[in-house]
Design a protein around this ligand. Structure first.
Ligand code: ATP
Length: 316
């Protein structure tokens, strides 16, 4: 008598959710999803699955390997100016989308101040490369990362011009992302040539624009929207960051920069409003400590925003 559960457990231990197991008499039939694996990885996985499935009583192991065509989507996170929380949103959006079931990677293309290694708690790490193809760095949050900051000497300023920056970004985007189906791209702030080149060259599926409630930032957000529209990239929606201040002592929310400006602006511009992220000291301290709030199972701020982006992707 073959113990189907034992066969399933042994296969799951080496292949995770990539393999499904059926028994036909004493034969084990296994389907492996090899999406995103290169040929060597696929062969290695097939061999280990075959060994794992060879349990007492199993007379034959039949393996079928399938792979979806890779349709990796790039989501650009952009802002018209610096300091509005674009990197914070990109990190948390990536984590929240991963928690919502996408296989997400994070590309930090912010040449002026790459901050993702710190936010994702992998500061000081450098990616390895195989045949000049970079291997993304794993992070504690299940979202592998590649950052412009990992390509230069620590502490050195990056003074790249457009073509160089776009070339370096190519290395990050065209890295060995394996089974990753979604790449969140943290773009440099602003709407200059560097951004336009990046957008035109790597054609994100859509863009999320981050803005603060101040009028000035919204003017900048309009410029960012314009950049994507010029390049024919759809806008997924606008996120308002630092919206309302939550007092760390009494928990009371107030609106030092006014209320509802971003939502009204989104309506006026005919783009979806994805939600607001409050100005909260806890968000800054968590970011500085490399523990993004979206990784907290109780997160109610970033998950609803991520759910809308995941739903948007699902319709493509
Ligand atoms: N909602 C928030 N509440 C509190 N602090 C925040 C919030 N959003 C961002 N911050 C803090 O504001 C600072 C700037 O945020 P962040 O680096 O994400 O902005 P950015 O737009 O990516 O800036 P840059 O132009 O430097 O790339 C960081 O210290 C961050 O922790």
């Amino acid at each position: 008598m073959i113990d189907l559960e034992a066969v399933k457990a042994a296969v799951a231990a080496v292949a995770g959710k990539r393999a499904t197991v059926r028994l036909e008499g004493t034969r084990a039939g296994i389907i492996i999803d090899a999406t995103g694996l290169d040929p060597q990885e696929r062969d290695a996985l097939e061999a280990t699955v075959r060994m794992a499935a060879t349990q007492p009583g199993v007379t034959e192991v039949r393996i079928a390997v399938t792979a979806e065509r890779s349709t990796r989507r790039l989501i650009a996170v952009a802002s018209g100016k610096g300091g509005v929380g674009k990197s914070t949103l990109a990190a948390n959006l990536a984590i929240a989308m991963s928690r919502a079931g996408r296989r997400v990677g994070l590309v930090d293309a912010d040449i002026y101040g790459p901050s993702q290694p710190r936010l994702m708690n992998v500061e000081g790490t450098r990616p390895t490369a195989k045949d000049k193809v970079l291997d993304p760095v794993p992070t504690p949050y299940g979202v592998p990362l590649l950052s412009m900051g990992q390509l230069v000497e620590p502490g050195k300023a990056i003074a790249w011009r457009g073509p160089m920056a776009a070339g370096a970004l190519g290395q990050l985007v065209e890295a060995d992302w394996g089974a990753t189906d979604t790449l969140v791209l943290d773009l440099p702030p602003g709407t200059g040539d560097v951004q336009l080149t990046m957008v035109q060259k790597y054609r994100p599926a859509g863009a999320v624009i981050v803005s603060t409630p101040q009028d000035l930032a919204l003017i900048d957000a309009r410029r960012a929207i314009d950049l994507f529209e010029k390049a024919g990239i759809p806008i997924i929606g606008l996120v308002e960051n630092m919206a309302g201040y939550v007092c760390p002592h009494c928990g009371e929310a107030s609106d030092p920069f006014g209320n509802g400006g971003a939502e009204a602006a989104a309506r006026e511009l005919g783009i979806p409003f994805l939600g607001r992220v409050p100005l909260k000291i806890g968000i800054r301290t968590a970011s500085d400590a490399g523990t993004p709030p979206a990784a907290d199972p109780d997160d109610r701020i970033f998950m609803p925003i991520a759910a809308q982006v995941v739903a948007w992707l699902g319709k493509l």
